[in-house]
Design a protein around this ligand. Structure first.
Ligand code: SAH
Length: 187
């Protein structure tokens, strides 16, 4: 995390706050996650090196850059084209040009690139999107917030052959995952 300049991922007028442990607005009603949350989620992925990772919710691209420090195979999906465009530009400038970013509904995953060893979702859904479970390799893990407004839990799901293990990593607060397998039409 010390290698990634967070001040470049926040709007210029908020740069003086970039190294506070707080989420900050990035436009379009979205936020860059708090550094503590980024650290917690990244640690929860238990990366050993070499994992193929899908991130849902590129946003500013900050978490994407952290993942790119830990793996050479990073795929990220963002539904808001302008955020994806900005993240792309900044990640290129910082030397993470090989990270793949796509504009679309990440609640449906990225089927052409599946299976993934790790999936990280940075927006909360009412339930685990089935497409993401389908696209998870055996032995793979998903870290994601699940719940409703004001009442979300960070979960780690591990796929063990035919069954899944679910661990509760504690309370959290995210923006909504909007999409087919997330919140539809804001519901
Ligand atoms: N990791 C980002 C978090 C941004 S907030 C950061 O730290 O900057 C969550 C992001 O998820 C927002 O940019 C939002 O537009 C995006 N998002 C919400 N629903 C989505 C969906 N179905 N598919 C892809 N991205 C989605």
């Amino acid at each position: 995390m010390t290698r990634v300049p967070r001040h470049l991922f926040v709007p210029e007028v908020l740069r003086h706050k970039a190294y506070l442990d707080a989420p900050l607005p990035i436009g379009f009603g979205q936020t860059i996650s708090q550094p503590y949350t980024v650290a917690l989620m990244t640690e929860a992925l238990e990366l050993r090196g070499g994992e193929k990772i899908l991130e849902v919710g590129t946003g500013s691209g900050y978490q994407t850059a952290i993942l790119a420090e830990l793996s050479q195979r990073v795929f990220s999906i963002e539904r808001i084209p302008e955020l994806a465009r900005r993240a792309r530009k900044l990640l290129d400038r910082l030397g993470y040009g090989w990270v793949l970013i796509r504009v679309g509904d990440g609640s449906r995953g990225w089927p052409e690139e599946a299976p993934f060893d790790r999936i990280l979702v940075t927006a909360y859904a009412p339930r685990i999107p089935p497409a993401l479970l389908d696209q998870l390799a055996v032995g793979g893990k998903i870290v994601l917030p699940i719940g409703r407004e004001g009442e979300q839990r960070l979960l780690r799901i591990t796929r063990l052959g035919d069954s899944i293990r679910q661990e509760d990593l504690g309370p959290c607060k995210f923006v909504k995952l909007l999409g087919e397998e997330g919140w539809q039409g804001g519901r």
